[in-house]
Write a protein that binds this ligand. Structure first.
Ligand SMILES: Cc1cc2nc3c(=O)[nH]c(=O)nc-3n(C[C@H](O)[C@H](O)[C@H](O)COP(=O)(O)O)c2cc1C
Ligand SMILES: CCCCC(=O)C(=O)O
Length: 370
């Protein structure tokens, strides 16, 4: 039970702690002040006219939560089960490239914050810290999943998977929305091409030559390659970037363990639907056979609630993590995860749900005029 006034925040004493965080979006403004404008544009931007980028956030305005009352229930239980493990909350850190452009401690800082929160960090193939160092960074250790852009060189792809397995990653997140790199006008205008000296995609280091390879976006990628991956690893496979229900069905047929409904944060196909708008049809197509995850535009506990009620088992957050990292480093990412947890718990309490499984489709009114 909370005593009134639940909102009161004590006046701040002079301390080294980061300032309080009231809303996720405040981190973006703070990060923008600190970042090199070229890097800021890389993190913030999307493909084309950024229609999909904008839609990811605004689409949540089109859903309303129909609360249940007088359900009691006391403390909320935010835990979920995924791949046989219990996660403390239904929020994962989606893979984002180049954390060392946001903060000198890069992925190490992110992993420490995620370790403290007990949830999952999906480490990007384009991380600027080797997966082994990310895995060794956090105490308690972070649960890591590894994001893969399958490379045309199968031997090299297999070697990256072996590294991820050896480092203790518990799932492989295969990004399938990037047969070619999205065209991002901001980066083209800014001439953003190279990482600063000393900053590299360490997971792309060739085991034989020691050279760091470029990540290839492979337009020949097809379901046969997913079958190859299925035979190459025993890790659960998550397909990231599913939007069409027919692809969700194919994913199930190919023995994939989960799908992540995503448009890559609006950075690949501009004009694709907002993730949350694509979610219900994917959930229907999958029919409960495998978990459905979602990322794109999650900025509030109520966004998480809506996605769960529409059938997602968990959501991922991309840019907010980068902003938190750039603004406040590891403590910022901790604050971000704490804030989203608190917002979700409060939203669930107000909506009459004790646990994520209580969030059901009838609690969402959609096509609300905005
Ligand atoms: C700066 C940035 C880098 C990203 N890098 C990757 C990546 O390396 N691999 C990947 O699969 N997705 C990548 N994504 C997409 C995210 O995993 C995620 O789908 C997206 O950011 C979710 O939307 P949100 O930023 O609105 O939360 C990146 C997104 C951003 C913003
Ligand atoms: C080769 C870097 C890929 C990063 C990425 O996926 C993105 O910027 O969206």
């Amino acid at each position: 039970m909370s005593s009134v006034p639940a909102q009161a925040t004590p006046r701040r004493a002079a301390t080294a702690d980061p300032p309080p965080l009231y809303r996720v979006d405040d981190l973006e403004a703070e990060a923008r002040r600190r970042l090199d404008p070229v890097h800021r544009d890389f993190f913030a931007g999307g493909a084309g006219d950024e229609r999909t980028l904008r839609a990811n956030e605004t689409a949540f305005d089109g859903y309303r939560i129909l609360p249940r009352v007088l359900r009691g229930g006391g403390e909320r239980d935010l835990r979920i089960e995924l791949f046989g493990e219990t996660l403390p909350m239904p929020v994962l850190v989606s893979p984002t490239a180049f954390h060392r452009l946001a903060h000198p401690q890069g992925e190490v800082a992110t992993a420490r914050a995620v370790g403290a929160a007990g949830t999952v960090m999906v480490v990007s193939m384009a991380a600027t810290t080797p997966i082994e160092a990310v895995a060794g960074a956090a105490d308690p250790p972070a649960r890591l999943w590894f994001q893969l852009y399958p490379q045309p060189d199968l031997g090299f792809t297999a070697s990256v998977i072996r590294r991820a397995e050896a480092a203790g990653c518990r799932a492989l997140v295969v990004t399938v929305d990037s047969p070619v790199f999205g065209r991002r006008d901001r980066d083209l205008r800014n001439g953003f091409l190279d990482l600063p000296p000393g900053c590299r995609c360490e997971n792309m280091r060739d085991p034989e030559s020691g050279r760091v390879r470029d990540i290839v976006m492979d337009a020949t990628l097809d379901w046969a390659r997913i079958e190859w991956l299925r035979e190459t690893t025993r890790l659960p496979i998550v397909l990231k970037g599913i939007l069409h229900p027919a692809d969700a069905r194919l994913a199930v047929e190919h023995g994939v363990d989960a799908v992540l409904v995503s448009n890559h944060g609006g950075r690949q196909l501009d004009g694709a639907p907002a993730s949350v708008d694509a979610l219900p049809a994917v959930v229907a197509a999958v029919g409960g056979r495998i978990p459905v995850l979602l990322d794109g535009g999650i900025r509030r506990g109520t966004d998480i609630l809506a996605a769960l009620a529409l059938g997602a088992v968990a959501v991922g957050i991309g840019r907010p993590v980068v902003w938190a990292l750039a603004a406040r480093g590891e403590p910022g990412v901790r604050q971000l995860l704490d804030l989203l947890r608190a917002e979700l718990a409060r939203a669930m309490t107000l909506a009459g749900a004790v646990r994520p499984a209580d969030l059901t489709r009838e609690m969402i009114l959609d096509r609300v005029p905005v």
